[in-house]
Design a protein around this ligand. Structure first.
Ligand code: WTA
Length: 665
């Protein structure tokens, strides 16, 4: 078949393999027989896993795929996610176990046991109900990484409300879009959070989001209240009647609340993610199937021993990794966790390793971008700390290059800890491809094996499986319990996006290769989705933001490889000649546009490079040829230009680039 991504053709697959130590293998939660067990009867395997949750009404039905691609799992059972994550542990005598060691960026700490969490979620649930929120209502959560974020999510789950967490790095406009799409009635936020030693404001962005503005002639009509946690003590505007302080309504609320049992298919949350168009998709997940997926995979992949392990996932709760592997998976399994508010280099570049040493972290889960950043800072920094408590390392969010994998294993893991590279998506809810740490001989840079009970394949353009040693498109071949149940309010888009490319198969949007052993190597996105530091961004979304600036006539955006962030946003813009004098203001244009994107979408979407051009390459039908722009952005000779409407365009762009018009952040 045709090459899926340019990197595929000359991908050098690693041949090194690291079997688990006999000691690790002997004690591992997942033993070799688990694959066969799952293969014998996939659906029965998942039903068995689901039975380890606490159900109010046990299910008798397992998978219902009759309305495919809308799945139902365990549909006649009822349960509550908060009851599983919190109450159950207290009920069964584990209330004294620490749920979270919270570490604020300024150095403040809080220890919350499961009994403490139980008290807090009951108060918060009562407070939400007193604010008029009930089962099925949507609640937007826009908080820093503090315990109240977890408590808010679980309090929603407790009353059957559907949370929609919006990452704190998104702009007011992004927040507004998400509030409107979900028709949220409550926003939970904080005055601000701590970021790089500074107070980052959040409540003012909520105020801006809810007000009438450039993009919205009317103020937001659905939000009745804004519940605000006091975190930084910043001054904040207060709207009487609408705004309430957490300490005024949650702290004094009754700490007794009966969880609302919901049907297994009741939506637990909506989480927005970037697709290939300008508008983010509100993916929603179920309660019973989702919990089954996250709890099972968390136990198998991270080998959690809840009595002795201290687990730390460095993701933000605003992303799916935080939902699945901070809140719902680990808490359902009764884990003791670290929760850290800030950045890795505040106040110094050893902060993370200091935290691992301080709490005796045994299992650590982070992203390749972070690992590459630490490599750049040098191993002398982690070497100053005692990291011998670690016994297992995980990676997620983007392809991990073998060098980073080896560094992680050697410098952080002391050549002792298995490294699990876990592939999954917001859509899949839980890990789909990963080594099992006590079973698989791990290979640097490969996610390797589908999880037990999960069907994965790599197919060609026609949807036919490719042989070992070849590349193609990654697909999931069977429904799985934690799969997304749809895109909020848009079933056709759900079917079109995921199920139409290869009928009967879920198309993930990633390129992949099977090596000679059949192990899977992920090769990055094959669509217009960028992956910057493990954050998903759509090229179209950034283009929309750029052209909404009065100076910009046209914009084309690509994700170009970047040594640290995996990909970086590179924008090619055509400036209106009447708007600015480019000879004077080249750098200022770049600064202004970068800030504009940050204001429109959020700082995570800021272009690294802005190239002012006079044309962008287009096909005769007017489609931007991103492939060619990526060549330019990655300093490669420009590929085949025969389909271009005007073949001289690329020469002009390359010449402009050489003349120094690129502005790098
Ligand atoms: C990418 C994050 C390679 C992939 C959990 C996927 C990965 C997208 C890996 C989903 C990995 C995630 N190796 N690529 N181990 N994990 N990806 O929805 O392109 O934020 O489609 O979920 O990240 O990003 P999302």
């Amino acid at each position: 078949m045709a090459t899926v991504v340019p990197a595929l053709a000359n991908l050098h697959t690693e041949t090194r393999a690291f079997p688990p130590s006999p000691e690790f293998a002997a004690q591992a939660n997942a033993q070799p027989g688990i694959y066969e067990q799952a293969d014998q009867d996939r659906v029965a395997f998942w039903a068995d896993q689901a039975r380890s949750l606490a159900w109010a009404t046990p299910f008798t039905e397992t998978l219902d795929w009759s309305d495919a691609p809308a799945a139902k799992w365990f549909a006649d059972g009822t349960l509550n996610a908060c009851d599983n994550a919190v109450d159950r542990h207290v009920r069964e005598g584990r209330g004294d176990r620490v749920a979270f060691h919270f570490e604020g960026e300024p150095g403040d700490t809080r220890t919350l046991t499961y009994a403490d969490m139980h008290r807090e979620v009951q108060k918060a649930a009562n407070a939400l109900e007193s604010l008029g929120v009930s089962k099925g209502d949507r609640v937007a959560i826009y908080l820093p990484q503090i315990p109240e974020a977890v408590i808010s999510m679980l309090a929603c789950a407790r009353i059957g409300a559907i949370h929609s967490v919006v990452f704190g790095g998104f702009s007011a406009e992004s927040l507004r879009q998400r509030i409107d799409d979900a028709e949220a009635s409550l926003v939970i936020t904080a005055d601000g959070g701590n970021r790089r030693g500074k107070h980052l404001a959040l409540k003012p962005l909520v105020d801006e989001a809810l007000a009438a503005g450039d993009h919205h002639p009317e103020p937001c009509a659905t939000v009745k209240h804004v519940l605000t946690v006091q975190r930084t003590g910043q001054d904040t505007h207060w709207e009487k009647g609408r705004d309430v302080w957490w300490h005024d309504v949650v702290d004094p609320a009754s700490d007794s609340h009966e969880p609302v049992m919901v049907e297994a298919e009741h939506p637990l949350f909506i989480l927005y993610t970037s697709g290939t168009t300008g508008s983010p998709k509100g993916l929603f997940h179920s309660t019973g199937g989702y919990l089954t997926g996250v709890a099972t995979t968390h136990k198998m992949v991270f080998d959690l021993k809840p009595e002795t392990d201290v687990y730390w996932c460095s993701a933000d709760v605003g992303w799916i990794t935080g939902h699945s592997y901070i809140v719902y998976g680990p808490m359902t399994n009764g884990a003791t966790q670290v929760l850290y508010e800030g950045t890795p280099n505040t106040p110094h570049e050893g902060r993370w390793w200091e935290i691992i040493q301080k709490y005796g972290v045994t299992i650590f889960y982070t992203a390749p971008t972070a690992i590459r950043t630490f490599m750049k800072w040098g191993e002398a920094i982690p070497n100053q700390y005692d990291l011998t408590s670690l016994r297992l390392l995980g990676s997620v969010g983007e392809p991990i290059n073998p060098e980073a994998w080896m560094w992680y294993r050697r410098v952080i893991g002391g050549d002792r800890c298995p490294v699990v590279d876990t592939w999954w998506q917001t859509e899949t809810g839980s890990i789909m491809i990963s080594p099992l740490p006590g079973v698989t001989a791990t290979k640097p840079g490969s996610a390797q094996k589908p999880m037990p009970g999960v069907g994965v394949d790599v197919v060609d353009d026609h949807g036919d499986p490719v042989p070992d040693g070849s590349g193609g498109y990654l697909v999931l071949t069977e429904p799985w319990p934690s799969m997304l149940r749809g895109i909020w309010g848009d079933r056709p888009r759900y079917e079109r996006t995921y199920w139409s490319r290869f009928p009967g198969l879920y198309f993930a949007g990633d390129g992949a290769k099977k090596d000679a052993d059949g192990d899977i190597w992920l090769l990055g996105r094959v669509d217009d989705v960028m992956n910057v530091s493990g954050h998903r961004l759509s090229t179209t979304e950034v283009e929309h933001a750029l052209v909404s600036h009065p100076w910009v006539a046209e914009a084309a955006v690509v994700g170009a490889s970047d040594d640290v962030t995996g990909q970086a946003v590179v924008a090619f813009v055509i400036i209106r000649s009447d708007a600015v004098d480019l000879n004077e203001d080249g750098h200022e244009v770049a600064v202004a546009l970068r800030n504009h994107v940050s204001h429109e979408i959020g700082p995570i979407a800021k272009p690294r490079t802005i190239l002012v051009v006079t044309e962008v390459p287009k096909t005769r039908s007017g489609k931007i040829m991103r492939r060619l722009l990526r060549d330019v952005a990655e300093h490669r000779p420009v590929g085949d230009v025969t389909t271009l409407a005007d073949s001289t365009v690329m020469d002009a762009i390359t010449a402009g680039l050489e003349a120094g018009k690129a502005d790098e952040d």
